[in-house]
Every structure is written in structure tokens, then in C-alpha cells.
Design a protein around this ligand. Structure first.
Ligand code: BGP
Length: 469
């Protein structure tokens, strides 16, 4: 018997508006934090959008989405994860009325998905706070953001309730701890940001997220609403109990986010952390009640695992998916230093499921690599991305292992199913797609799309419901 994936397993791909749509100032869209971030998390940010910012054009998905959805349909996608750009709907973020042209774009996009039987999976906020909310309110540090987000969420739930069944409230919500500007729109430079303000911003996001669950269930009956966390299994570097505890404490910082979303209250270990760091979260009356509107499922990204140690000498920084750690001597890394650990996916799925007994959705996983466009023996332009096929195959085998362990999984959307701009480095040369896009970091390229070898591989995986892995 081969690998077993449940009937109805939601195979697909994932993207985010700011990394592929382009059209950054069309049809009434306001500027977002991404429009002034030409260098990704490395910074600095700019006063106004600048030409070297690859996201301003992206891969021109805004104008070419029909062609792209057709390619996704050809692969057999059942689900397509994308985000709504908040600044298309509320250009500044604090208006009372939404921008109709922005709303219309997503109506058309979701209709196009349904034409092929593809279910949209929508992230309400994926790393792009309207710039005005960042500059004038300091992003999520300000309680007012809860109100603005709620207004935005109400509009999109009401508008798309018949077109969207699966929703995520915030992309990688825990990444705000490392990337307060990109993730939380917090304008205060990270070095100057107090822990007090940072965790207050986290609280505001929790309240907004729970509020979205509440109103989503009211306005869009049948909607399934999940949280989305950056998952990173953390192993102790050695069996030294000090290292084991260091790993546990590091994981707590990440579990904290799923814990509040799934259980509906703050865990004891965070209360201790707040006490010991003189952090006092200001709660408004009713906040604790709102938090009890818990999510229907847990979604997460998975790229890397990491190690932790209590030994400060070994605690040197290393590359990783936004959050650091210590390199694992048993693992190889990608060209960007992200350590590859397929078994870590099985591990983290078991951890989440044991902890929560709620369905899981893997909404990001993939390999960022430099691809070479070649002409093959049939005269077709393509990329022979066997390295990507291996990465994805190895990870999906571990998903099947977790399913065999009894973990309930709704689906899998591979990250950047079509090449797009990297979130951390803002480069186009870091590619994840099954579909190659002819666009380069110097702004050159025809924007033509080409099927990579992995395109055909994934099509087969979906057609056989994983049996071909
Ligand atoms: C996650 C983000 C995505 C995405 C991905 C890959 O952190 O949710 O937006 O980009 O990682 O990261 P990168 O683009 O930096 O390679």
C-alpha cells in the first residue's frame, strides 16, 4: 500500500498579494509597508516607493491572473492560497468606506478560481499594513488598529462570503517578534522598540484575530477560519538538560501564538515571562471574552527546524526563516542558509496535533533556489528543478507519515507556486515556483511564464492523490 492522503485533501499552492500582484498604485490602491521596503527585512525603508523595489511590478499577477490560474488548474489545484492587499480595500486603512475597485479585483480573482473548481484560501493580512497606519499610528502598537482591521474584516467577509470558505487572519503572526515592521507595521525601529510595546501590539493582533473569527462565523456561515504561525521545531543542541530547557523556552515563544488562538487565553509560561520582564499587557474590558472565539484549524508555514543551547558561546546567529537559532550539524542548508529537515515537518505536525487535537493545514513549504531557464530536447523552455522536486517529495512523504500517525490534515499549499518576489530578501532570483516567470532583479524580462519540470511532477502527485510520491 502506498502513501495515504485522505479523500478531498486540498492540494494547491500559496502566494501573497504584495509579492506578486504588482500594480502597486492602480485602481485606488494606497501604499503599503511593502511598497517602501525595496530590500526586504534588511532595510532600510524608503520615504516613497522606488523603482528598485521589485514588488511594485511583482510578476504582474494583477493583470495576468487569468493565465496563472489556468496554469494552476492544469496542475489540478484544489485550493489556491492568496492574500487580500488591505491597502486595495482601505487605501489608508482608517477610512470609513472601502475602495470598490479593490473589492472588484478580488471578486474577479475568486470567480476565476471557481471557474476551475479551485477553492480560494484567503489571508486577510499578509505582511502589508497600509503605510498610513504604520506611519501615523505606529501599526499594531496602537489599539486603533483593532478597529480598522475589524472594519476591513467585516467588509471582506460580507463581500466574499459566497466565494471564500477558508480564511487565515494574520500571516505568520509570531514573526512580529523578529520583524515588527514587516509583520506588524510598527514604525519604531526594532532597536528602539520596547518589549512592552511589542507584546502590547501582539495583544492587539490577538484581539483583532479573535474578533475576525467571531464576525466571520456570524457573517459567513460555514466559513472555516484559522490562525497562521511560522512553525520551527526546535531541538536541544545536546542532551544537556540546560539545552533542553533552552529549546523548550524558545519554543514557548512560538507556541504562545497558537496557544492563544486555539485555547482562547494566555498560557502560564507567558505570564511568567511578562512578570520577569516587567511587561504588563493592557486589556480592555471584554478582551478576555473576545479571545474565547477560537480558531477552527491551525495553519502554518514550514521551511526549517533549528537548535537551541544554553551555551552563550554557541548561540551565534545564523540564517533562517526570519527567526534564528543554532545550526544543526546533521542537516544541509539551501543556498540561503535555510536548513532542510523533512522529518521536522512530521515532528511539528505531531506536536501541534497532540497539543490541540484540531485539524492542521500546511499553507507554506518549499525551496527557494536559483533556477536556470534552458531549452530542452523538445525545444521547450523549462527549468530542470530536480532539487525542488526532491525537497517537496521528501517533505510530502513526511506529511503522509504524520497522517499515518493519526494527524488530521486538511491540505497542503506549496509556497510560491509561481515565481514571485522573496519576502525576506525582496529578490526575484530566489525562486520557489512550479512556473518560471521571466523577470529579473534588474527589472528586465518579458514576464512570460514557463512550466518547470516540477510542474509536471506536482500535477502527477495531485492526480494520484499522493500515490506517485
Ligand atoms: C514566509 C512568508 C512568505 C514567504 C516565505 C518564503 O516567511 O510568509 O511571505 O515569502 O516565507 O520566504 P522568502 O520569500 O523570504 O524566501
Amino acid at each position: 500500500m502506498g502513501l495515504q492522503f485522505p479523500d478531498g485533501f486540498l492540494w494547491g499552492g500559496a502566494v501573497a498579494a504584495n509579492q506578486l500582484e504588482g500594480a502597486y498604485n492602480e485602481d485606488g490602491k494606497g501604499w503599503s509597508t511593502q511598497d517602501v521596503s525595496p530590500n526586504g527585512i534588511k532595510g532600510p525603508i524608503t520615504e516613497t516607493p522606488t523603482e528598485d523595489n521589485m514588488k511594485l511590478v511583482g510578476i504582474d499577477f494583477y493583470h495576468r491572473y487569468k493565465e496563472d490560474i489556468k496554469l494552476f488548474a492544469e496542475m489540478g489545484f484544489k485550493v489556491f492560497r492568496t492574500s487580500i492587499a488591505w491597502s486595495r480595500i482601505f487605501p489608508k486603512g482608517d477610512e470609513l468606506e472601502p475602495n470598490e475597485q479593490g473589492l472588484q479585483f478580488y471578486d474577479d480573482l475568486f470567480d476565476e478560481c471557481h471557474k476551475y473548481g479551485i477553492e480560494p484560501l484567503v489571508t486577510i493580512s499578509h505582511y502589508e499594513t497600509p503605510l498610513h497606519l504604520s506611519k501615523h499610528y505606529n501599526g499594531w502598537v496602537n489599539r486603533k488598529l483593532v478597529e480598522f482591521y475589524e472594519r476591513y474584516a467585516r467588509v471582506v467577509f460580507s463581500r466574499y462570503k459566497n466565494k471564500v470558505k477558508y480564511w487565515l487572519t494574520f500571516n505568520e503572526i509570531n514573526s512580529i517578534l523578529e520583524e515588527p515592521f514587516m509583520s506588524g507595521g510598527i514604525y519604531t525601529p526594532k532597536k528602539e522598540l520596547s518589549k512592552q510595546d511589542l507584546y502590547q501590539a501582539v495583544h492587539h493582533e490577538f484581539v483583532a484575530s479573535a474578533m475576525a473569527v467571531k464576525i466571520g462565523h456570524e457573517l459567513a456561515p460555514g466559513a472555516q477560519i484559522g490562525c497562521m504561525v511560522l512553525s520551527m521545531p526546535t531541538y536541544p543542541l545536546t542532551p544537556n538538560p540546560d539545552d533542553v530547557i533552552a529549546a523548550m523556552e524558545f519554543e514557548h515563544k512560538n507556541y504562545f501564538f497558537a496557544d492563544v488562538h486555539v485555547r482562547g487565553y494566555y498560557p502560564g509560561y507567558m505570564k511568567r515571562y511578562f512578570r520577569e520582564n516587567n511587561i504588563s499587557i493592557h486589556m480592555e474590558p471584554g478582551d478576555e471574552e473576545i479571545l474565547k472565539h477560537t480558531v477552527d484549524f491551525i495553519s502554518f508555514s514550514y521551511y526549517v527546524s533549528t537548535c537551541q543551547t544554553a551555551d552563550p558561546v554557541k548561540l551565534e546567529a545564523r540564517g533562517g526563516n526570519l527567526i534564528g537559532g543554532v545550526a544543526n550539524p546533521y542537516l544541509q542548508a539551501s543556498e540561503w542558509g535555510w536548513q532542510i529537515d523533512p522529518q521536522g515537518l512530521r515532528y511539528v505536525m505531531n506536536m501541534f496535533y497532540d497539543r490541540y487535537q484540531k485539524p492542521l493545514f500546511i499553507v507554506e513549504n518549499g525551496l527557494g533556489a536559483v533556477d536556470q531557464l534552458i531549452t530542452n530536447g523538445h525545444g521547450e523552455k523549462t527549468v530542470e528543478d530536480d532539487y525542488r522536486i526532491k525537497y517537496l517529495n521528501d517533505h510530502l512523504v513526511q506529511v503522509a507519515e504524520a497522517i499515518a500517525d493519526g494527524v488530521e490534515v486538511m491540505g497542503y499549499t506549496s509556497w510560491g507556486c509561481i515565481d514571485l518576489v522573496s519576502a525576506s530578501t525582496a529578490e526575484l532570483k530566489k525562486r520557489y515556483g512550479f512556473i518560471y516567470v521571466d523577470r529579473h532583479d534588474d527589472g528586465s524580462g518579458t514576464l512570460e511564464r514557463y512550466r518547470k519540470k516540477s510542474f509536471h511532477w506536482y500535477k502527477e502527485v495531485i492526480a494520484t492523490n499522493g500515490q506517485s510520491l
